[in-house]
Design a protein. Structure first.
Lengths: 172, 162
């Protein structure tokens, strides 16, 4: 009688072990699947945008109202360099960094139409000078809410002896 | 005993069928996701190709502003708009340049109304697909004869391959 009961108990244990094994197997597959899915999603949130890159490239050539020498109005790219060197001023007495700040805000807002109701919720623009001996932030601008999805790009141009790294992140 | 063995085999068969169904479902879901992302990347690539074509056009002698690479000469674009011979020159169904910044009056540019206008439509076939846009710099001389560049967008819709 006792042997029969022991046998049945062992069989139940085997069944339970089999069930647990299947559950663990399914859970592992589910976790692998979830991992792949989440990895793809993270990539989408920090998307490199070719649109933003072309925007940056075009924006650097836009002529501003800052006349740095007679008959010579600087474009955004030149203003970033002049703001970094801090040597020149606009002929109307305005500091190049202030002129740059105003122009950048105006262009970015006019193109991307940043607002809470709009598709684009905010932006972060940064220009940094980078050379072998020096790394310095030239200008940093941010507006709106940037805690959601991002699409951004970097545009680099030469600023001898280093380079100027300009980045723009648009938040959706 | 024989009946018990049959029952065990049946149980085993059910478990195997369940496992096969489970794996089939996992594979189907994976394939659906993969196909979706493939379609997305194909569309992205097509868009990039059209954008590259836009930049190539901006650099072509018919459009380019000599003092800056990748910039479009607005006056050249207006002159091209009036030439019928250029309608078939590029293999595109739609080619339009929009002046984005600073803001201008919303109307089509002609020699008569320029610079008080915001679009230059060079090619506009009867049927065309959704145009793809890319940002470019548009340059010209201002009223004092100084170089002046603004931000624009070039819209292109490629000819469909039949």
């Amino acid at each position: 009688m006792e042997t029969k009961s022991l046998k049945r108990g062992k069989k139940a244990q085997e069944e339970m072990f089999g069930f647990v094994l299947i559950m663990v197997f399914v859970a592992v597959i589910f976790l692998v699947f979830l991992g792949i899915f989440l990895r793809t999603r993270t990539g989408a949130e920090e998307k490199k945008s070719i649109d933003v890159y072309h925007f940056l490239e075009g924006m650097m050539k836009v002529t501003t109202t800052c006349e740095t020498s007679p008959k010579k109005y600087s474009n955004i790219g030149e203003l970033i360099k002049e703001c970094y060197s801090g040597v020149q001023q606009c002929t109307d007495g305005k500091r190049t960094c202030d002129a740059l700040n105003e122009s950048l805000k105006e262009i970015i807002n006019s193109v991307w139409k940043i607002s809470e109701e709009s598709y684009t919720k905010g932006y972060v623009f940064e220009a940094e000078y980078n050379s072998t001996s020096n790394f310095e932030r030239v200008i940093s601008l941010a507006e709106g809410n940037c805690s959601v999805n991002l699409a951004g790009a970097e545009y680099v141009f030469s600023a001898y002896p280093g380079v100027m790294i300009n980045s723009l992140k648009i938040c959706y | 005993m024989n009946k018990k063995a049959q029952l065990k085999m049946q149980e085993m068969a059910f478990v195997l069928v369940a496992i096969v169904i489970f794996f089939a479902l996992v594979i189907i879901v994976y394939m659906v996701m993969r196909t979706g992302s493939l379609k997305e990347s194909a569309e992205e690539q097509r868009k990039e190709e059209v954008q590259a074509l836009g930049l190539k056009l901006a650099d072509s002698p018919e459009f380019s502003w000599s003092k800056c690479s990748g910039c479009i000469d607005i006056e050249k674009a207006i002159a091209l708009k009036e030439r019928r011979t250029y309608k078939e020159f590029w293999k595109v169904d739609y080619l339009m340049i929009e002046r984005v910044y600073p803001n201008h009056t919303i109307r089509e540019c002609t020699r008569g109304v320029f610079p008080d206008c915001n679009t230059i439509t060079i090619i506009n076939a009867t049927y065309y697909g959704t145009p793809t846009a890319t940002y470019v710099a548009l340059c010209d001389y201002d009223e004092n004869g100084y170089d002046k560049c603004e931000l624009g967008r070039i819209y292109i819709s490629e000819k469909e391959v039949k």
